[in-house]
Design a protein around this ligand. Structure first.
Ligand SMILES: Cc1cc2nc3c(=O)[nH]c(=O)nc-3n(C[C@H](O)[C@H](O)[C@H](O)COP(=O)(O)OP(=O)(O)OC[C@H]3O[C@@H](n4cnc5c(N)ncnc54)[C@H](O)[C@@H]3O)c2cc1C
Length: 390
């Protein structure tokens, strides 16, 4: 499996990731773009959420991080496309929603919409542990009104929703109004077909890193569904937010370990080719020591990412705190190692001819993605005091 995914990462993901990085966000998703080739080739690998769910928890916990690291080695942004696609079917499987499992095959393009224009980090603080004493989270931007067996969604999600510009299904986390109004503390998790009447999308977002990953707003105008589409009702909302973050943060840890490894390997190779002072630069003590520290950080990041993935796939309740520790470690590692790699490349590292500056930009975005690392640390710290709250 590792060989198969590595070969895919090398032959498909890397060249397509580099090509998409140079395109405008509109060009990335236009018909004929290599973005679509990537999705077609990815399908052929047959590594959907169900493939992993059919394995034993231990096999899954060992194999999944290896697959995600290889993908991250290929391209960070393209790996997140794969990760985001997996979240709607995964939530249906975890909550055992038979209707949704059948309604949305796990081969569909998926997205996860939780962030709102006025609620970025707030959306991670359901229990309001990080709430400022003089703060007011105010009104939600997106509300699902539940009456009888009908759910009606109105409002919008932020431009940060990964895959939104092309997704076929969305796992939506939003506030719920069950008769007493809506606030940012009570919500629901719903699978929304992206072709449902009333769903529209914003323009794909232009950003410095992970440019291969299309992102954009989702708007909901009286989108009416039956309650069959609910993954988790208000009583299960906190649990759903906990579980999806535990999964997403663990995936992120593996992907960004892979990106860090890619930066390290490119620098290691370059240090053998580039000569200064009459010898390959790796012969200079400072360069060798720099490369050793990069290697040390990658190994530590992988060890933590794999340990957390194995624990979370086999434990009755996954550990969010551990997933956050792994996500923060891996994304910080990817950023530091990519920056060190750029230093090894010298001036060449700054040019678009080499891949290092792209990995650095991609890695920078990962420290904000799926929750700013600062907020994750704050929430994980509070989680150590009150493990039952999120
Ligand atoms: C590449 C990428 C992919 C993403 N994918 C998705 C996706 O698929 N779906 C989705 O819904 N969202 C997604 N996001 C959104 C992401 O989760 C948010 O960007 C993130 O949660 C931060 O929200 P914000 O950008 O609004 O920053 P803000 O919340 O506005 O934070 C700004 C700064 O203030 C700090 N801050 C905020 N609140 C506090 C507090 N209470 N205490 C201390 N400091 C605080 C933060 O740490 C940060 O430094 C993605 C983001 C990126 C960059």
């Amino acid at each position: 499996m590792q060989d198969m995914v590595h070969s895919f990462a090398e032959k498909v993901m890397r060249p397509i990731g580099i090509a998409l990085d140079k395109m405008t966000p509109d060009e990335v998703i236009a018909p004929g773009s290599p973005y679509w080739t990537y999705l077609e080739e990815l399908k052929k690998l047959e590594i959907t959420p169900k493939t992993f769910m059919d394995l034993s928890p231990e096999e899954r916990g060992r194999l999944f991080p290896i697959v995600m690291e290889e993908m991250g080695w290929g391209d960070g942004g393209l790996s997140i496309i794969y990760g985001a696609c997996s979240l709607p079917p995964l939530m249906a499987l975890v909550f055992n929603r038979t209707f949704l499992i059948e309604r949305f095959p796990d081969t569909l393009r998926g997205c996860w919409a939780i962030t709102e224009p006025d609620h970025g980090s707030d959306s991670l603080d359901i229990s309001r542990q990080a709430f400022h004493a003089q703060g007011n989270y105010g009104r939600p931007n997106c509300v699902a009104t539940i009456r009888g067996d009908k759910v009606v969604v109105n409002g919008q999600k932020a431009a940060w929703v990964s895959n939104a510009p092309t997704a076929e299904v969305c796992v939506l986390f939003c506030s719920a109004d069950t008769g007493d109004g809506a606030d940012t503390q009570h919500g629901v998790c719903i699978l929304v077909p992206m072709d449902a009447p009333g769903v529209t999308r914003g323009k794909p977002l232009d950003k410095i890193g992970q440019r291969a990953l299309p992102q954009g707003e989702v708007y909901f105008d009286n989108v009416e569904l039956t309650t069959d589409y609910l993954v988790a009702g208000p009583e299960d909302y906190q649990r759903a937010v906990y579980l999806i973050h535990a999964e997403a943060n663990s995936q992120m840890a593996c992907v960004w370990t892979g990106a860090a490894r890619a930066a390290y390997e490119l620098a290691f190779e370059y240090a053998h080719q580039r000569k200064q002072g009459g010898v390959p630069i790796i012969r200079h003590q400072a360069v060798a020591a720099r490369l050793f520290h990069m290697y040390r950080k990658v190994e530590a990041s992988r060890a933590l990412a794999q340990r957390v993935a194995l624990h979370n796939h086999t434990a009755e309740i996954p550990s969010l705190q551990s997933a956050m520790a792994a996500k923060i470690t891996a994304t910080q590692t990817a950023f530091e190692v990519a920056s060190e790699a750029l230093q090894v490349f010298g001036g060449n590292g700054l040019t678009k001819e080499y891949q290092i500056e792209k990995i650095l930009r991609d890695a920078r975005a990962s420290m904000i993605e799926d929750g700013c690392n600062d907020i994750l640390a704050l929430k994980a710290g509070f989680n150590m005091i009150d493990p039952d709250l999120f």
